[in-house]
Design a protein around this ligand. Structure first.
Ligand code: PGA
Length: 255
């Protein structure tokens, strides 16, 4: 009984990206998922819709709502941007920072670092995305990953590590048909923890949840969590498909 109580909950985050195209559809997808989260006990579910839908879908004690980005200033002349106080004023508590699709649009490690710091300062649970574009046989990707993590977290202070979450998303697996193998996920998550341990300290590093993202579905989710030994998942396509996403939630809840 006691062991069950101390079991760390898995974090399952849905990233809707620039979908769906209407508020009606956003409510329909969210409510279908929400209805099935009531009975779950071992997971925290977070849905990150586009900003315009963040205020119109209603979280519960079993399903939270986050956003896919924030800007690093609080207010002012920054056309098109959304700030942390705006998000927290809606009662939202999670944000994704530095997704590879934003990095592809020109977001540098430096911008990611500023956004991560601003989000953490504002009290948001901050999911910083990292991941290599390709895996070369010589292993240069390890150096790439190390630099990306260090540069993206350079402004994070020790006191803020409790709200930090890392999403490891190998770019080549995002939107692909196959996820990375659980064995490689496990190896990489250990490598990431080691980098974080070097930056902060081992005890802090151990507490930072590592999520995996990239082609997760209900068939591979269990192995990724149990064999890959990660603390959760960041899910794109399947988070827009209630039956598939619910299946993932139910599977992970049973672990
Ligand atoms: P995918 O996307 O699950 O559709 O591969 C993952 C992500 O980009 O976060």
């Amino acid at each position: 009984m006691a062991a069950k109580k101390t079991k760390k909950k898995k974090l399952i985050v849905g990233n809707w990206k620039m979908n769906p195209t209407s508020a009606t559809e956003a409510r329909r997808i969210f409510n279908a998922i929400k209805a099935r989260t009531r009975t779950l006990s071992s997971i925290i579910t977070v849905i990150c819709p586009p900003f315009v839908f963040a205020g119109i879908i209603k979280p519960s004690s079993k399903i939270e709502v986050g956003t896919q980005d924030i800007y690093f200033e609080e207010r002012g002349s920054y056309t098109g941007e959304v700030s942390v106080p705006m998000i927290t004023s809606l009662g939202l508590s999670y944000v994704i920072i530095g997704h590879s699709e934003r990095r592809k649009m020109g977001e540098t490690d430096e911008v990611v670092a500023r956004k991560a710091k601003t989000a953490l300062d504002g009290g948001l649970k901050t999911i910083v995305c990292v991941g290599e574009n390709t895996r070369d046989p010589q292993g240069d990707y390890l150096e790439f990953l190390k630099n990306q993590i260090k540069n993206s977290l350079i402004k994070v202070q020790k006191k803020d590590v409790a709200d930090l979450i890392i999403a490891y998303e190998p770019v080549w697996a995002i939107g692909a048909t196959e996820a990375m193998t659980p064995r490689d996920i496990h190896e990489t998550s250990i490598y990431i923890k080691k980098i974080i341990a070097d930056m902060f300290n081992a005890e802090e590093a151990f507490k930072v949840p590592i999520l995996y993202g990239g082609a997760v579905n209900f068939r591979n989710a269990r192995d990724i969590i149990t064999l890959g030994e990660v603390d959760g998942l960041l899910i794109g396509r399947e988070s827009l498909n209630p039956p598939g996403f619910i299946e993932i939630l139910k599977t992970i809840d049973l672990i």
